[in-house]
Ligand binder design. Structure first.
Ligand code: NAP
Length: 368
């Protein structure tokens, strides 16, 4: 598990020694134990591959020869992304790359998610990996400090303006948490049926270190029905919920051939952050270490790819990964550039309650 510890020991900004997603694939081919269940035999479903981390994740996974089903809301954009992925991976002797398939899914709409799930199930008998990567991305500017002494307090924080999905859910909650929950729910039986003793199926939920910021909001008012909207709280709450979701899934399905993990990809200069910079017309006083901590998009996809294919994770789940290894529990006074998960991100009682509430909200069975 510590193969990449030295590469992360000192940070020097995008393109430094930290591995790219393609490097993870190469290393797994070289050192991994994939003989019984080769990567090229996997079928992988991923959301949000049209830009940023998802695009680089798809590119690296395509290079394994695996079959990819990518969900996207914009057909033209997804076609362009696939063309770029295919043309950027050079032919390798003996490797047969499989066609990438696109499934239309707008996570703004639960009926679109249901339809997409049905489409995926109709097109493939096997799903070995599900990566819930897509995240809401329309940013606005807020001056709310995260805590009185937070480094970010005077910089402004990115978040999305208040709004609702087609089903009346606050957008962070609906798009980042409820939609992936529904997609996962529909695909769970197929993931279960696709697991084998030599390779369990995997679910990878994209979270963020920001999940640590607003511990209580999820239990109080996750859909912002009673409290004034605060973008960062909404984003953090939705990303805390996806950790709870992964923890629940792993607890209940690890005995049934599925492991689930959450991933913090790092701080990456994706369109998400570019838009954030563009919105800040005044000079931004970034936290110390920000420039060095920043990863390239290729590096930002590494932990997701690690979570999806690394053979040393075969028996692991219900864990939070960052920098291609286990995240550590964070001390309470850590700053936004420090890694680690919050102690409250692992809470069986909350996870069980959230699962039940979300199933009720969606009208799907609690037991599968
Ligand atoms: N960048 C970071 O530093 C960072 C840090 C921590 C966690 N993350 C997480 O990593 C994941 C990927 O982020 P990113 O930085 O790569 O973002 P990004 O470049 O903005 O990509 C977001 C992806 O999600 C898709 N998406 C957004 N809203 C959607 C909707 N309503 N329906 C369907 N697809 C939708 C986008 O599709 P379109 O192309 O159609 O817009 C795009 O493919 C997110 O879950 C994010 O929260 C990112």
């Amino acid at each position: 598990m510590d193969r990449y510890a030295a590469a992360h020991a000192s940070r020097n900004g995008p393109g430094d020694a930290r591995p790219s997603a393609l490097q993870i694939v190469q290393d797994e081919y070289q050192h991994g134990n994939n003989h019984a269940a080769p990567l090229s035999k996997l079928t992988i479903v991923m959301t949000g591959a049209t830009s940023g981390i998802g695009y680089e994740t798809a590119r690296a996974l395509y290079s394994t020869g695996a079959k990819l089903f990518l969900t996207a809301r914009d057909a033209a954009k997804s076609r362009r992304a696939i063309d770029r992925i295919v043309s950027s991976i050079p032919p390798v002797e003996g490797m047969r790359y499989q066609d990438i398939e696109v499934v239309h899914m707008d996570m703004d709409s639960l009926s679109s998610v249901r339809q997409a799930a049905g489409e995926v199930l109709g097109r493939t008998e096997t799903i070995n990996v599900l990566i819930n990567n897509a995240g809401e991305d329309r940013l606005c500017y807020t001056q709310t400090a995260l805590s009185p002494d937070d480094d970010f307090a005077n910089t402004g924080i990115a978040g999305i303006p208040f709004g609702h999905t087609k089903d009346g859910l606050e957008r962070n909650w609906g798009i980042n948490y409820v939609a992936p929950f529904l997609l996962t729910h529909h695909l769970l039986p197929r993931l279960e049926a696709s697991g084998s003793p030599s390779r369990r199926s995997r679910i990878v939920n994209l979270s963020t270190t920001g999940h640590r910021l607003f511990p209580t909001h999820l239990e109080e008012d996750p859909n912002f029905e009673k409290t004034p909207y605060e973008p960062m709280s909404a984003y953090a709450t939705s990303k805390l919920a996806v950790i709870y979701h992964a923890n629940y899934l792993d607890r209940h399905f690890s005995g049934r051939g599925i492991r689930a993990v959450s991933v913090h990809p790092g701080t990456i200069q994706t369109p998400m952050l570019d838009r954030y910079d563009a919105l800040n017309s005044k000079p931004v006083d970034l936290p110390p270490g920000y420039a060095k901590e920043l990863k390239s998009t290729e590096q930002g996809a590494a932990t997701t790819v690690f979570a999806a294919i690394e053979s040393c994770l075969e028996d692991k789940g219900g864990i939070y990964l960052e920098n291609c290894t286990y995240g550590k529990e964070a001390a309470e006074d850590l700053g936004p550039m420090d890694g680690g998960y919050a102690a409250f991100a692992f809470d069986e009682e909350v996870e069980e309650g959230l699962w039940k509430d979300t199933c009720r909200l969606l009208g799907v069975p609690e037991s599968l």
